[in-house]
Design a protein around this ligand. Structure first.
Ligand code: CA
Length: 277
């Protein structure tokens, strides 16, 4: 009996096509994905698009962002390549002002967080921060209080052990941080938490409390009673982008992952399936 082997070669193509596409995809991804301005030099990162936003559209991406509090949607806009958060006067008591914020719909975890932003030129809290989804824990990647200490970026992590505890400090910049965009970054891993301003590490602490939860990502411009009136209004904070990366595993771990990936992608041959090819 004559057997037809004409399709045997073709049947193997999909097995390796997936692998080839994997590597093509990886190289294209490496070519176009931005890398952090800061972070440990030896660490490699891969962008997490689900949590990143260039804010280059014409509206806040409702698939990624909600808001803190019940502030008007007009106080959080996207335009001119920026997220635009605004403090406006509130005509209805009891509050004198409305503020602006976005809060991620999903929660993230360890990784590198970066935003390029320009503070509002008033006394108000310009913040880029992470808040735990299940417990009282918070990492302030930056709080910059506008014209109240305009050269300081406050870098704090909070937790609650019965009372609220803050592990905080600040970076004293040689320039007024309200006058231009600056890049604020955070390296959050299982061992340490490192804060970066304009790509340079400014503070690092042991990670003693910030492990076991997903974190909502927040960007906000909020008036604070203790800062005084945020005048003149409207006052605006601009965010050019927010980018989140996950750490690429060490080479040994990567080899294991890649081997596992190939094993899953590789379709069994006909011989392995009991055929003749
Ligand atoms: Ca942008």
């Amino acid at each position: 009996m004559t057997r037809d082997f004409s399709n045997c070669g073709i049947r193997h193509v999909p097995s390796y096509l997936g692998i080839i596409m994997l590597f093509i995809g990886a190289s294209v991804s490496e070519a176009v994905d931005p890398q952090p301005l800061g972070g440990p030099a030896e660490q490699q990162w891969t962008l997490a698009p689900a949590f990143s936003d260039e804010f280059n559209g014409s509206a806040v991406d409702a698939s990624k962002w909600g808001t803190y509090y019940e502030w008007p949607a007009a106080n959080r806009q996207v335009g001119g390549g920026n997220l635009i958060l605004t403090i406006t006067r509130d005509a209805e008591p009891p509050y004198a002002y409305d503020s602006g914020s976005v809060k991620s719909l999903g929660t993230s975890h360890y990784g590198y967080y970066e935003a390029r932003m320009k503070s509002a030129n008033v006394a108000a809290d310009n913040a880029f921060w992470l808040a735990a989804s299940t417990v009282v824990q918070e990492i302030d990647i930056v709080e910059q209080y506008g014209t109240w200490n305009p050269d300081r970026a406050y870098l704090t992590a909070w937790y609650d052990d019965g009372t609220l505890q803050g592990n905080g400090s600040w970076y004293e910049s040689p320039v007024n941080l309200t006058e231009d965009y600056h890049v604020y970054g955070l390296d959050w891993n299982a061992d340490t938490i490192g804060w970066y301003v304009d790509g340079v590490e400014r503070r690092r602490i042991q990670n003693t409390h910030w492990h076991t939860y997903g974190a909502y990502i927040g960007l906000s411009l909020i008036e604070m009673d203790w800062l005084g009136a945020p005048e003149p209004v409207p006052a605006t904070m601009y965010v050019d982008y927010i980018r989140i990366w996950q750490a690429v595993p060490e080479p040994a771990t990567m080899a294991l992952l890649l081997f596992g990936g190939v094993a899953m992608l590789r379709r069994p041959s006909n011989r392995e399936l009991g055929g003749a090819c």
